[in-house]
Write a protein that binds this ligand. Structure first.
Ligand code: UDX
Length: 447
């Protein structure tokens, strides 16, 4: 089978690489010529574990290719995936111009039956617009060619996207024809052999599933962060409470880790988009509004602790920062808590010395030379008045506490991800402040 994927961003590249990995002939298309030239030379525009290897291997096998020419790519293809970006426009709603443009291109150039599948995260009702755009272009050509549309949202986690694609918890497909169902079944067969299910449903429900899934996950995070803040005030320990509630199988242990707020390209955008869809339909999504509000405040919690610790005077204080990406295993800094925290530190007159295993080039786009960057995590601590941990990269989990105590002016850590054991930190001689725990040491640096 031959398929075309339009939009060679994060989702498109992972999708293209994984389909080609199971022997499907894939052409990835993008309008960005430089990106396509780079990909043809084996240069991958994003950091995602395992992706580069998979792309180059399948290119060598001749199953994966990259082009800017959608017309050529569509020849002999049966399925077209749309995975272009849907950036928020001025009023915050998803801008669908790229999605619709691909649908139009398809209508202009397709010569035989085509299944057009939307993978980009799009508002409920978008597949209808895709169908309409394709039909309009076919009508202009007086072409009587059959086609179907489908919605196949992605649930990939950055940093684990390849594994998520190859071994999905589930694949959700919304469609309205048997032909489309048969095609999607055979396309996903290699991924479902080990019992990973494909859940077929109508198109609107599939579109809604994506938003509801992300909204539910974001809700778990804001809920636990809200409870963590209360734990601090009443003297409870969120780490214990988390274990206590997580062992109830109805709640579950996953995705209830307190921190400094969710970031990334999905949760903030999707929560906002769903609130908007609701209000456009005269419905007030109260829970999600609170989820968003809690998240905004949570991004300030660590800054507030640092600021309180220094009695509201951060001028000239040096803060070592470990971790800039919104989560480990990615260089993505979109909506990362590090952005709000570091900007607040800078505004308060602090000096920031930062280390991240992969996100420094990305961070330079945001902070330029307003902060300094280090290749080594310990160098970022030299002469620092404290350390702030903003991303839970594995390499931060068992560092040399001896070196840290030596380098820091005073052994003080503000841990936004609760990666250390409090008792151990005490033994190592640190003043240790984390999220959702109030002990005597935490006095004065509450939420
Ligand atoms: C998410 C969804 O998981 C994925 O299914 C969807 O398709 C895209 O959005 P991603 O944005 O890659 O994936 O990140 P994820 O691992 O889900 O984490 C999102 C944010 O939540 C991060 O900022 C992370 O630090 C935070 N988080 C996650 C917590 O604060 N606590 C947790 O327990 C889990």
């Amino acid at each position: 089978m031959k398929i075309v994927i339009v939009g060679s961003g994060y989702v498109g590249l992972v999708t293209g690489a994984c389909f080609s990995e199971v022997g499907i002939n894939v052409t990835c298309v993008d309008i960005d010529k430089k990106k396509i030239d780079n990909l043809n030379n084996g240069i991958i525009p994003i950091y995602e574990p395992g992706l580069e290897n998979m792309i180059t291997r399948n290119m060598d096998k001749g199953r994966l290719s990259f082009t800017t020419n959608i017309k050529e790519a569509l020849k002999d293809a049966e399925v077209l995936f749309i995975s272009v970006g849907t950036p928020p426009d001025e009023d915050g709603s998803a801008d669908l111009k790229y999605v619709v443009a691909v649908a139009r291109d398809c209508g202009k150039h397709m010569n035989d039956y085509m299944l057009i599948v939307t993978k980009s995260t799009v508002p409920v009702g978008t597949s209808k617009k895709v169908k309409q755009a394709v039909q309009e272009e076919l009508d202009k050509r007086n072409a009587n060619i059959e086609f179907d549309v489908a919605s196949n949202p992605e649930f990939l986690k950055e940093g684990a996207a390849i594994n998520d694609f190859l071994k999905p918890d589930r694949i959700v497909v919304g469609l309205d024809s048997q032909r489309a169902e048969d095609l999607m079944k055979s396309l996903y067969k290699p991924f479902t052999l080990n019992g990973h299910p494909v859940i077929f449903m109508d198109i609107v429900s599939a579109e809604m599933t994506k938003y509801a899934a992300n909204a539910m996950l974001a809700t778990k995070i804001s809920f636990i962060n809200d409870i963590a803040n209360l734990c601090e005030i009443v003297g409870a320990d969120i780490n214990k409470v988390r274990k206590g509630i997580g062992s109830d199988s109805r709640i579950g242990t996953k995705f209830i880790y307190p921190g400094i707020g969710y970031g990334g390209s999905c949760f903030p955008k999707d929560v906002q988009a769903l609130i908007r869809t609701a209000s456009e339909n005269n419905y007030d999504l109260k829970v999600l509004q609170a989820v968003e509000a809690v998240n905004k405040l949570q991004k300030l919690v660590l800054f507030n602790k640092i600021n309180n610790y220094f009695d509201g005077d951060l001028k000239g204080k040096t803060i070592g920062v470990w971790g800039l990406s919104f989560k480990p295993q990615t260089d993505d800094m979109r909506e990362a808590p590090s952005l709000s925290i570091i900007n607040n530190l800078l505004e308060a007159g602090a000096v920031v010395k930062a280390y991240d295993p992969v996100a420094i080039p990305e961070a330079k786009h945001h902070f330029g030379d307003t902060i300094s960057y280090f290749e080594d995590q310990y160098e970022a601590l030299i002469d620092a008045d404290c350390l702030a941990i903003l991303t839970e990269w594995p390499e931060f989990k068992i560092p040399s506490f001896k070196i840290m105590t030596k380098l820091l002016n005073k052994p003080t850590i503000f841990d936004g991800r609760n990666i250390y054991d409090r008792e151990e930190m005490k033994k190592e001689g640190f003043e240790y402040y984390c999220i959702g725990v109030n002990t005597n040491e935490n006095k004065g640096v509450l939420v």
